[in-house]
Write a protein that binds this ligand. Structure first.
Ligand SMILES: C[S@@+](CC[C@H](N)C(=O)[O-])C[C@H]1O[C@@H](n2cnc3c(N)ncnc32)[C@H](O)[C@@H]1O
Length: 266
């Protein structure tokens, strides 16, 4: 099941749940005489689909969606809720979690403990140009802009609603936020590049980082390590989610042409 798109597995789980429920309803008259209230059948469908989803390989938090789907449909039909509401909610969610489907990166936010760790990390430098790749609501951009040794704090974001919030926040409190795809950024300008994305883009992102970032710069990834690359440092934080910060000093990874260093030193 893991090779099918999650949405297909979710639909399959609903269909299997419906088939199981039909079997139960067919058999039930021997135990309890009909009719059966529709709301009870709908809840049973939700519970069965939620149970099956986890078994069929979907991440277990999808149980909430799988349960809500038949129950939401039932409530919508029962109370004759205008479907424009559903469309509206879908649109808002899409504008917030814009990158969840294409980039497989949803929106979740860096916490205060992690921001303080970033502050400790940049303390080692006199002047810092900071970039948050996929800056969400702009919290890191603003926080970094307020540090004394930060000369510039930028963020890029393509999800419309987070971008608007981040833009407004940075206009009020400092830093700069751009409506730009992270793949279109020029990283050589920055001393510290931060990302809190997902496992999916890490291999491609690492290529970009190695190609564009300067040798004296540092890349920090929250929670998601670059596969098959030993980080320069791993910072294990003592927050509730036990955040791991993977720190890559580019000087550890940029291979200079043979003899280059010797010539420079001589
Ligand atoms: C997990 S959130 C992290 C938000 C913020 N950096 C933080 O740490 O609080 C990842 C963000 O990256 C954004 N994102 C994903 N792919 C992107 C892309 N190609 N270009 C710009 N932003 C992107 C998502 O919209 C989301 O807001």
């Amino acid at each position: 099941m893991a090779r099918f798109p999650k949405i297909i597995v979710a639909l399959l789980a609903q269909m299997v749940a419906l088939a199981v429920l039909a079997g139960i309803v067919w058999w039930l008259p021997w135990v309890v005489s009909p009719p059966y209230p529709l709301w009870a059948l709908v809840i049973a469908q939700g519970v069965l689909a939620a149970f099956l989803s986890c078994r069929m390989g979907l991440p277990c938090w999808w149980r909430i969606i799988q349960f809500s789907l038949p129950v939401g449909l039932y409530l919508g039909v029962h109370y004759a809720i205008n479907p424009v509401w559903a469309l509206g909610i879908f649109l808002v969610l899409w504008l917030v979690f814009f990158n969840a489907i294409k980039e497989r990166v949803p929106l979740y936010l860096t916490n205060a403990t992690t921001r303080n760790a970033l502050k400790r990390l940049i303390k080692r430098r006199k002047s810092v140009r900071f970039l948050d790749l996929g800056c969400g609501l702009g919290g890191n951009v603003v926080f970094m802009a307020q540090q004394v040794n930060v000369e510039r704090s930028d963020g890029v974001e393509t999800a419309p609603i987070p971008y608007l919030i981040a833009k407004l926040y940075s206009l009020l409190r400092g830093g700069d936020v751009f409506a730009m795809d992270l793949w279109k950024t020029q990283l050589d300008y920055y001393d510290v590049v931060y990302a809190f994305l997902s496992p999916e883009p890490m291999p491609k992102l690492w290529e970009k980082i190695r190609e564009e970032m300067r040798e004296d710069a540092v890349f920090v990834s929250n929670s998601f390590a670059v596969p098959d690359v030993e980080p320069s440092e791993v910072w294990s934080l003592s927050d509730r989610r036990e955040t791991q910060l993977y720190v890559y000093y580019l000087s550890d990874f940029k291979t200079r042409p043979q003899g280059f260093a010797d010539e420079a030193e001589s």
